[in-house]
Design a protein around this ligand. Sequence first.
Ligand SMILES: [Zn+2]
Length: 154
Amino acid sequence: MGIFDRFLPKKKQPEVKNTIPQEKANIKKTFGVYCNKHHSTKGEKLCPKCTALLATVMTKINRCPYGITKPICDRCERQCFGKAQNTEFMKIMTSSSKGMFLKHPMMTMKHKMASLSVDYAKREQEKRQAEKAAAKKKNAEAKAKAKEEGKKEK
Ligand SMILES: [Zn+2]
């Protein structure tokens, strides 16, 4: 605390929802369901392969460049687990979504809603970019036309 701190306006922190603990819990549960079903393991004890992949995923989430505003992993375009592990991760996340729904319906719903909102935000962003590009093109065309007409008048 500096001596001048009280003279400075208080900075208002933008509210960013930290969804990481939720997402980690979600991924862990999904792995559990998948491994129990496909690798005949029981409860939270996963097979070595799934344990290793889960550990990698958790480490990568901690190091995610998006920080706490990150999009959820199975929607993220950065394949930060590496190609092979990412494919495996996606396989687990998608193939057990039915089992997930039966065991944790609320969580699956929430996850689905989050996925949808990420998709929506992405679409909106693409739309805005397309509009911007179109406006820019129109502008350039108008300018070219004006130039053309200016030439005619001379
Ligand atoms: Zn397994």
